[in-house]
Design a protein around this ligand. Sequence first.
Ligand SMILES: N[C@@H](CCC(=O)N[C@@H](CS)C(=O)NCC(=O)O)C(=O)O
Length: 227
Amino acid sequence: MEESHVVKLYGFWPSPYVYRVIWALKLKGIEYEYIEETLSSKSPSLLEYNPVHKNVPVLVHGAKPVAESMLILEYIEETWPDHRNPLLPSDPYERATARFWIDFGQQKGLTFFAFFRSSEEDKEKTARQVLETLKIIEDQALGDKKFFGGNRIGLVDMSFGWLAHWFGIMQETVGVEVLEPANLPRLHRWAMDFKQEPGIKENLPDSKALLAHFKRQRERFASTKEK
Ligand SMILES: N[C@@H](CCC(=O)N[C@@H](CS)C(=O)NCC(=O)O)C(=O)O
């Protein structure tokens, strides 16, 4: 393959941001080389390719690095478009609406993080805040559709994709269940459907390893709070 066409992905196995990129590359059938990073000792290449945020994922296309998972997905969609299976709607208004929900999910990141690192005393309170956010996503963004854009998965589904796998394990770590059929029947259905999609189901990190990773992280949060 010509050097200018080579695709590399710098990642970290438990990262849901990295998986967004993996899903998009797999769905498009794009070959790539995966480079696993150690976040406590980042490689010189990662620091060179992402000197501002110094985080993963970074996609390198030829010599051109692209950072920030959702921007990488937009880059992939524009560079390798498949007009029969677009990941964003072609109508400008629908596209703006899709980006609104992607942005909403990003803005609410701290709500989920607060839940994940909550103490025993405040975990129910943070769970209620997560439920409020998920209700908005279910009622306003998903509605009665199978996926956020209709019958096929697209960028909005991939941006919320972490809810379908990582969030369940996060709930298990905290010991509170929020995304369950009684509370959020349509969003729960969506999570089940999303996880079954070709390209997604074969590309999810191992649940047991992720649970152990999250438990270690939560213990670390608890010990730093006590000090
Ligand atoms: N907004 C970024 C978030 C990426 C991110 O937080 N990556 C984490 C791994 S899950 C990371 O690389 N952390 C290392 C660090 O920030 O030092 C995106 O969507 O790509």
